[in-house]
Structures are given as C-alpha cells and as structure tokens.
Design a protein around this ligand. Structure first.
Ligand code: HEM
Ligand SMILES: *[C@@H]1O[C@H](CO)[C@@H](O)[C@H](O)[C@H]1NC(C)=O
Ligand SMILES: *[C@@H]1O[C@H](CO)[C@@H](O)[C@H](O)[C@H]1NC(C)=O
Ligand SMILES: *[C@@H]1O[C@H](CO)[C@@H](O)[C@H](O)[C@H]1NC(C)=O
Ligand SMILES: *[C@@H]1O[C@H](CO)[C@@H](O)[C@H](O)[C@H]1NC(C)=O
Ligand SMILES: *[C@@H]1O[C@H](CO)[C@@H](O)[C@H](O)[C@H]1NC(C)=O
Ligand SMILES: *[C@@H]1O[C@H](CO)[C@@H](O)[C@H](O)[C@H]1NC(C)=O
Length: 414
C-alpha cells in the first residue's frame, strides 16, 4: 500500500518530489484523501552555517552563546532572506513565529519542529536558552505533536505532523482557539466575532497605534510599556461590552506576555531598542494603505534590524505580565450570552519583577505549568514523556519540586 502510494505520487509530481524526497515520503501514506489537499512543500529549516552563526544555536535543541546584537537576517545569508509563505503554508496569530517562518528559521511551510523553534527563538530574538525551551514547550503542550515533535504555527495539520501508526491525538496548531490562543489579543479578533481569531486585523492595529500616539507622541508613537498596558486595558473593556461570549480566565495572562514582546523582543539594538512604528509595523506585517487603514503583508524584521544584546529571560516576560496587569487590574471571568460571570479570582504575582533568569521560582513556575498542561493533552502520557525528555534535563539544575506531579512516566501510572 505504502509503496504503491509513493509511486503514484512520484508519477504525478516527479520534479517536486525529487527535490523534496523527505516530504514525499511523509505524505505518501495510506491516507489517499489528503494528497490533493496538502500540496508538496519543503519542510525543514536550513541548518545554520559557521558563516552565519547568529547567536550560535544549532538545530540540536541545545543552547547557543546568548551573545546578541546580531543583524538578522545576516547580510549575505540568502537561506534566511524574506520570502512570501509558499502556497499552502501555515501561518497563525503569532507575529513572532510568522516572522521566523517567513525567513526560513522555521520551515517555511509553517510546519515546524521542536529543535527549529528552540534554535530560532535564540538566534533571531536572542531569547535565553531555558526561556526558549519554556516557550516552545508551552506551545507544544497546547498545540503540538509530542511523537513527531512537530507543530503547525497556523491551523490544524494533524495529518501532516502525525504519522500512520503514531497518531496520538488531534493537535490544533498555534491558531487553535481556547488553548494558547485566547480572547483579548492585540491585533486578532476574539473568536466569537467570525471564528477567525488568528488573522491580522488592521482596524485593531490602527486602534493600538492610536493608543501608542496617546501615551507617547503622534509624531513618534512608541509601543512601549505604557502603550501596551493601556491598550490591553482598553481591549479588555471593549471585549467585556462587545463580546457576549468573552472568556477571560487567569490563563489569559499569557496575552500580557505576548504584549511584552513588542518592547522586549522586537526593538532593534541598532536603534537604541526603540519600539517605534517602523519596527512594530514590520513585525506585524502592517502596511498603511492610501485611505489610512492598515493592510497586511508577510511579517519580517525591518531593514538593518539587530537583535537584543542581552538574552530575553523568563523574568522579562513574567515581570512584564505582572507589571502590565498591575497597571490596570481586570476581573477574570466569562460573559455568558452577555452577562458577566466573575470567577472571583485574585491574581497575586508569584514573583517580584526583579528576579533574574536563574530564579528557580520563576523557572519552576513555568515548568510546573507546562507539566500540568501536558496532563490535559489528548494523550497525556505521550505529552508528559515528551516534556520530561526534552525539558527535564534543561530544568533539572533548578531543583523544582512539584508535590503530586510525577517525575517519570512510571510515576504517572501509579
Ligand atoms: C520571542 C518569541 C515570540 C515573539 C516575539 C512573539 C510575539 C507575539 C506577539 C507580539 C503576539 C501578539 C499578537 C496579537 O495579539 O496581535 C503573539 C501572540 C501569540 N503567540 Fe507569540 N511570540 C513568540 C513566541 C511564541 C511561541 C514560542 C509560541 C508558541 C509556540 C507563540 C504562540 C503565540 C500565540 C498562540 C499567540 C496568540 C495569543 C492570543 O492573542 O490569543 N508565540 N506572539
Ligand atoms: C513511531 O514513533 C516511534 C518513536 O519515534 C518510532 O520508533 C516508530 O518507528 C514509529 N512507528 C511508526 C509506525 O512509524
Ligand atoms: C476587525 O476588528 C473590528 C473591531 O473589533 C471589527 O469590527 C471588524 O469586523 C474586524 N474585521 C474583520 C475582517 O474581522
Ligand atoms: C488616552 O490616554 C488616557 C489616559 O492616559 C485615556 O484615559 C484615554 O482613554 C486614552 N485615549 C485613547 C484613544 O487611547
Ligand atoms: C463570584 O461571586 C459572586 C457574588 O458573590 C457569585 O454570585 C458567583 O457565583 C461567584 N462565582 C464563582 C465562580 O464562584
Ligand atoms: C526591585 O529592586 C529595586 C532596586 O534594586 C528595589 O528598590 C525594589 O524594592 C525591588 N522590588 C521588588 C518587588 O523586590
Ligand atoms: C540544586 O541542588 C544542588 C544539589 O543539592 C545544588 O548544588 C544547587 O545549588 C541547587 N540549585 C538551585 C538553583 O537551587
């Protein structure tokens, strides 16, 4: 069966398959209904070369040097130049990941792997190693396949990321609502509006810009802490009124983390780390049209962009979440057909915003969330094992202890 299918595929598209044999092999399973649906795409990021090492991370799941201030893409590194997403490619709600895929740091088709993501976050945004592992793992426990170690940065691609004989569940990809993707985003709709909570919405980008003009200046609007704190507050207040099915649990604090990336990850160190309109619009793929509204092109860094000099740590993200939330505290709860139902939860920041990357409490907090979320995966044992295998060694030095959470697959069963 399998070999017959491969020869059919070869007969249909000989040139493409010869160019991408790895992909052909993967797609040519017995699921003969999918071949037309999923076109042949390249599915691997180009390995890093010694000539263009960026911050030194390789496609091996390990740490780079953490030495930033590097121009991305490096002049001359054609493997990592901008390209429009190829036909059939997956893109989703995360401008950070879309940018990585548009530059081939992740597979350009948007079906990426654990190792591509851990390396890409370090090399492009100079995310520190344990933080890159934590962010990547967080993505996987919500949206990825623990056996193939693949994840779609857009919508559900279970039949591509999984393999016959090894399907462990349906994985929604990064666009899946109600997992990592939640209500009250910056430039994406709430799900209730039209079921599309992942595409760029230029109206929302325009609103975010109006807020930035308000908190800084109209001549040089900055997407800094003040702008993001106020805009998140405004978006929440708007959703409370406009979204009859708003769901805003404590988990939605993740979206405050995404807001920190505008002033922590996107600014160029060659431009004094300024989160200005040129920089932010480029990473969001926002282009102003003649009538003043905002359209969308592929996400990318602005010209001559250099990443941060020092690595972005978990402390930067969680400290930012705490501070953004504290600036405009909001009630956690849900609209039920338009009636607000409070969850009566108080958020007490687990850490001060002064912690360093080595702070065990921070790292262990993130690791604990990852382990707990893994237990809600379609196949909890498979996901938990994946986390223990990849993240376990990285977080071991922090001596985290989670009473009640097993430290091995064997422990899960007891
Ligand atoms: C340093 C690396 C990253 C940067 C700079 C980044 C940037 C961003 C930004 C700016 C947003 C807000 C978009 C908006 O609301 O309009 C966002 C949203 C999102 N990101 Fe990322 N991101 C990074 C890493 C990741 C990773 C590793 C994952 C998962 C694998 C991820 C998944 C998401 C998801 C699911 C959303 C949508 C959240 C929502 O609004 O509901 N991001 N990201
Ligand atoms: C399933 O995955 C495991 C681990 O990656 C591998 O050893 C095995 O060969 C795979 N089975 C099939 C049927 O592909
Ligand atoms: C963009 O967001 C605005 C404000 O929520 C909304 O009115 C509009 O319908 C959205 N546009 C699209 C195309 O979803
Ligand atoms: C401008 O900022 C003030 C407070 O800083 C706020 O009350 C007001 O709603 C803001 N307006 C806009 C459009 O952001
Ligand atoms: C929150 O408190 C209100 C008022 O006491 C109560 O009506 C509501 O049921 C509570 N919600 C939850 C989830 O306990
Ligand atoms: C953070 O550090 C500053 C200066 O070192 C100190 O004044 C402040 O109280 C600290 N804040 C917390 C929450 O520990
Ligand atoms: C973890 O435990 C080891 C052995 O007891 C110790 O040397 C190390 O300092 C601890 N690390 C942290 C971050 O507490």
């Amino acid at each position: 069966m399998r070999f017959a299918a491969i020869s059919l595929l070869l007969a249909a598209t000989p040139l493409v398959v010869e160019a991408y044999p790895q992909y052909a092999k993967r797609l040519a399973g017995s699921r003969n209904d999918n071949r037309a649906k999923y076109p042949i795409l390249r599915r691997a990021a180009v390995p890093y070369s010694d000539q263009y090492p960026y911050t030194g991370a390789k496609l091996d799941g390990q740490s780079g040097t953490g030495k930033g201030g590097v121009q991305v893409p490096a002049p001359g590194d054609t493997a990592h130049e901008y390209q429009d997403p190829p036909p059939g490619a997956y893109r989703g709600p995360c401008p950070g990941l879309n940018t990585l895929a548009n530059h081939g740091f992740l597979s350009r088709d948007g079906i990426t792997t654990y190792t591509e993501m851990v390396a890409g976050l370090q090399n492009v945004y100079n995310v520190d190693f344990s933080t890159a592992v934590a962010l990547t793992m967080l993505g996987f426990v919500f949206d990825g396949d623990p056996i193939s170690e693949m994840m779609s940065i857009g919508g559900d691609a279970t039949l591509i990321t999984g393999q016959d004989g090894n399907f462990t569940g349906e994985y929604g990809g990064v666009s899946k609502h109600g997992t990592f993707e939640l209500d009250v985003s910056l430039t994406r709709n709430d799900f209730y509006l039209n079921g599309d909570s992942y595409s760029f919405n230029g109206t929302l980008f325009g609103m975010m810009l109006a807020t930035a003009k308000n908190t800084s200046t109209a001549a040089n609007p900055l997407f800094d802490f003040n702008a993001m704190a106020l805009y998140r507050s405004q978006q929440y207040d708007r959703a409370r009124v406009e979204n009859p099915w708003l769901y805003f649990p404590q988990l939605a604090l993740h979206n405050y983390g995404a807001a920190t990336f505008l002033y922590e990850a996107f600014p160029s160190s060659a431009k004094n780390n300024t989160p200005d309109l040129e920089t932010i619009s480029s990473f969001f793929g926002a282009v102003q049209l003649e009538d003043g509204t905002w359209g969308h092109v592929g996400e990318r860094p602005p010209p001559n962009w250099h990443n941060r000099v020092t690595p972005m740590t978990l402390a930067d993200v969680t400290g930012g979440i705490d501070a953004l939330y504290a600036a405009y505290p909001k009630d956690f709860g849900a609209n039920l057909g338009g009636t607000w139902f409070s969850l009566n939860e108080t958020y007490t920041p687990s850490t001060g915003s002064n912690s360093s990357a080595g702070d065990s409490a921070l790292v262990c907090g993130a690791y604990g969330e990852i382990l707990n979320t893994a237990l809600s995966a379609p196949q909890p044992y498979a996901m938990y094992g994946f986390v223990l295998e990849k993240a376990g060694p990285v977080f071991a030095p922090y001596n985290c202890s989670f009473p009640g959470l097993p430290t091995s697959i064997a422990g899960l069963a007891s």
